[in-house]
Design a protein around this ligand. Structure first.
Ligand SMILES: Nc1nc2c(ncn2[C@@H]2O[C@@H]3COP(=O)(O)O[C@H]4[C@@H](O)[C@H](n5cnc6c(=O)[nH]c(N)nc65)O[C@@H]4COP(=O)(O)O[C@H]3[C@H]2O)c(=O)[nH]1
Length: 531
């Protein structure tokens, strides 16, 4: 179908749908990738937290073992136990210092020997662990302190410490790309090695936690903001580009389909508004004198850019979209306006054939169109003949039957077009009160051909005679065909042999030129005569 006239873009669903279709595969793919990377980061985060946790537990095992060795010595004089304290520091890789306390005062340390400093059990989580921000020996440097007291005396026991750098090494080596934090009571240490107060902040991505069941600490892990997007970009670059291309292709295909459908419909609507559908007329001659007894009205599209467009290029779409009803109404009006002022040129009972389709038979609207058409002419001057095609099946519903009954009552004739080519020709004959059969041009073309084809043509002619129907032969191109049809008493003939479809001006000119025809009133003739 030819297309023209660009219309202003409107943000309707037609404009938005291709974007939606294009974005959909991308969104679905991104959702799957997001879910997958989320699972992956979560699993890796949990594994890191657990690994760091297990390592810290191993360090604490070392502190606990040293502390428990020294525990029975708590309360003994410092010069008696000092060597034992130093031996534990030497024997345990992670132990930085060992200490004994009595009456809640630190009285002996591996570094200084005799010492005196208060020990407050409440500084320790569960009375056991304290993450300190340094002590008097190494101020500002993280220190994890383990405390254990004798079962019988809560104010007497042993204290061992580990340097925060051991924890830091674990955080850096195990959780290299992870934001891992060791949390003890109201203090925590991150990969900056500093001890902070309070609870550690949750990581933006895949925040997980490992809580030790053996010591009162937990490990928080997770990733910084944007980690997931970065992982998706690095993991799925090929898939992302594929999805992008798929989305583009789907969006473009959808846009093309919508434009095709909407532009065809919109284009027909525009042409209808601009009155671009015009009638062409092909004469139908009667047997005997071959005088023009009527015309078949054939639609043409006077397209502003493409010129005159043949009906087979747009009628099928118009029939499919249902726009054919409005187009036929406009065509009938044009026909009436072109012929009515020159009705004197038409002999009484002049046949005007209009093609209709199944869409016209869905309601009784066609009655008004026919009525309006006939009102343009003096009574009895024209006989309106509706030509039914079988391109869409016409159902014999109560509405259709009522329509045909009322059309007949109005004097409108019904012809079956292209008779013999469709599957329902005979059914139509039974179901609807038909007046004429139009033999399809393919049968007329068989004249002079093989015997079987000719038999089929003869049978159609006989059938119409037996049913008392008028018969019109279409597509008569040769004198042999004309004479054969005349010998077989075919009532009317139509074809290039007599005349090709022509515009109204030419038709009126030719009608006026027929012998015995009244002349057109001066100044009232068709364009072609006046020019
Ligand atoms: N080869 C050959 N062809 C001949 C000869 N005599 C006439 N024809 C062509 O045969 C077609 C006859 O019309 P149709 O069977 O109703 O077939 C029509 C009809 O089914 C449809 N059509 C045309 N106008 C309308 C309309 O207003 N409404 C509907 N629904 N369909 C229409 O389009 C079809 C084609 O129309 P056209 O192109 O005008 O083609 C016309 C006409 O030009 C001949 O001797 N030899």
């Amino acid at each position: 179908m030819p297309l023209t006239a660009k219309r202003p873009t409107r943000w309707s669903w037609r404009a938005l749908l291709p974007w939606g279709v294009g974005v959909l595969p991308l969104l679905c793919g991104l959702a799957v990738m997001r879910w997958q990377t989320e699972q992956e980061l979560q699993a890796s985060s949990l594994a890191t937290a657990r690994e760091v946790g297990v390592h810290v537990e191993a360090i604490l095992d070392s502190l606990s073992s040293a502390a428990h060795h020294l525990l029975p010595k708590a309360g003994l004089p410092c010069d008696e136990v000092q060597l034992a304290l130093r031996i534990e520091v030497t024997r345990n890789a992670f132990v930085r210092s060992t200490n004994l306390f009595d009456h809640d005062r630190l009285y002996c340390t591996s570094l200084f020997g005799d010492f005196d400093e208060p020990v407050n059990a409440s500084d320790y989580t569960n009375g056991q662990l304290w993450l300190m921000n340094g002590n008097s020996v190494t101020p500002g440097q993280a220190l994890l302190v383990y405390r254990v007291n004798q079962e019988s005396r809560g104010d007497r026991g042993a204290i061992t410490t580990v340097d925060g750098r051991h924890l830091l090494t674990a955080l850096h080596l195990i959780g290299a790309d992870n934001l891992v934090k060791v949390h003890v009571g109201n203090h925590w240490m991150g990969s900056d090695g500093q001890v902070h107060d309070g609870k550690p902040p949750l990581a933006a991505t895949a925040a997980t936690q490992y809580a030790s069941t053996r010591y009162p600490f937990d490990v928080h892990a997770g990733y910084e903001e944007g980690r997931q997007a970065a992982l998706m970009r690095s993991r799925y670059p090929a898939l992302l580009s594929l999805l992008l291309m798929l989305g583009l292709a789907a969006g473009a295909a959808c846009r093309w389909q919508i434009r095709r459908a909407s532009s065809s419909r919109g284009e027909l609507d525009r042409a209808l508004d601009a009155d671009e559908f015009v009638p062409y007329f092909q004469p139908v001659v009667r047997k005997g004198d071959y005088r023009w007894a009527g015309v078949e009205v054939l639609m043409r599209w006077q397209h502003p850019r493409e010129g005159l467009v043949r009906p087979d290029l747009f009628i099928p779409y118009a029939e499919h979209s249902g726009q054919i009803v409005a187009m036929t109404r406009a065509l009938m009006l044009h026909t009436a306006q072109a012929l009515a002022p020159h009705a004197a040129l038409l002999e009484d009972g002049f046949h005007v054939g209009i093609n209709i389709t199944a869409d016209h038979c869905r309601d009784l609207g066609l009655l008004d169109d026919c009525q309006t058409f006939l009102q343009h002419f003096p009574p009895g001057r024209v006989v309106l003949t509706l030509e039914l095609t079988e391109r869409k099946l016409i159902e014999p519903t109560p509405v259709t039957l009522e329509l045909f009954e009322k059309l007949h009552a109005m004097g409108v004739m019904i012809a079956l077009d292209d008779f013999g080519t469709g599957q329902s020709s005979l059914n139509y004959l039974r179901q609807f009160q038909v007046d004429y059969l139009k033999i399809d041009q393919s049968f007329v073309a068989m004249i002079g051909g093989d015997a079987l084809s000719q038999h089929i043509l003869d049978t159609i002619i006989e059938l119409s005679a037996k049913l008392g129907l008028g018969i019109v032969a279409e597509g008569v191109e040769t004198e042999v065909q004309r004479d054969y049809l005349a010998r077989h008493e075919v009532d009317f003939q139509q074809g290039y042999l007599f005349a090709r479809p022509m515009p109204a001006d030419e038709l009126l000119l030719a009608l006026a030129a027929q012998p015995g025809s009244p002349q057109l009133p001066p100044g009232n003739g068709p364009e072609i005569m006046r020019g």
